[in-house]
Write a protein that binds this ligand. Sequence first.
Ligand code: 5GP
Ligand code: MG
Length: 178
Amino acid sequence: METLQIKDKKFAVSIPEAEIRRQVKRVAEEINRDLCGRKPLFLAILNGSFIFAADLMREITLESQISFVKLASYAGMSSTGEVADMIGLDADIEGRDVVVVEDIVDSGLTMQHVMEMLRARNPRSLAVCTLLVKPENLKVDVDIRYRCFEIPNDFIVGYGLDYDGFGRNTRDIYTVVE
Ligand code: 5GP
Ligand code: MG
């Protein structure tokens, strides 16, 4: 099996490209159906979601918009539990159907914080669409409406996700093996 070395860590493919494509398509179809007749605003959270957002949007058939926001940077392999302000939200989301596009929900703290900040701006509806979720690690009750994959509690990289800034540029998703 193909492995990937990033710094001190070795990774092996855990979700191949074709499977990612299938699940992204499935989730996009759910959104197309649920928001039929609406003009949603997708809000993708940089950096990790940039590839997922690009692939997802090409499967969305609704008249829609996308904007990108950034949160505090995340360094190393485990979540610090600290979350920062949202940078770059220039769109007016009041009355809009907003779909937050995220790479991975781990403890859920980041997403809970994001949802609170967005809810305060009175969107018509607010939903989360994440590529990955680690259900065993969820510490808060956050409604994750759309999810491509549920994964075990291991560190992953690829397809936009990084280890210390590296590894975002792979077509498959990798899991740490040692
Ligand atoms: P949470 O607040 O849900 O604990 O953390 C979410 C953030 O932690 C994600 O947006 C992501 O940046 C980072 N994260 C959590 N698990 C992983 C992982 O397995 N790999 C990578 N690359 N980032 C992760
Ligand atoms: Mg992220």
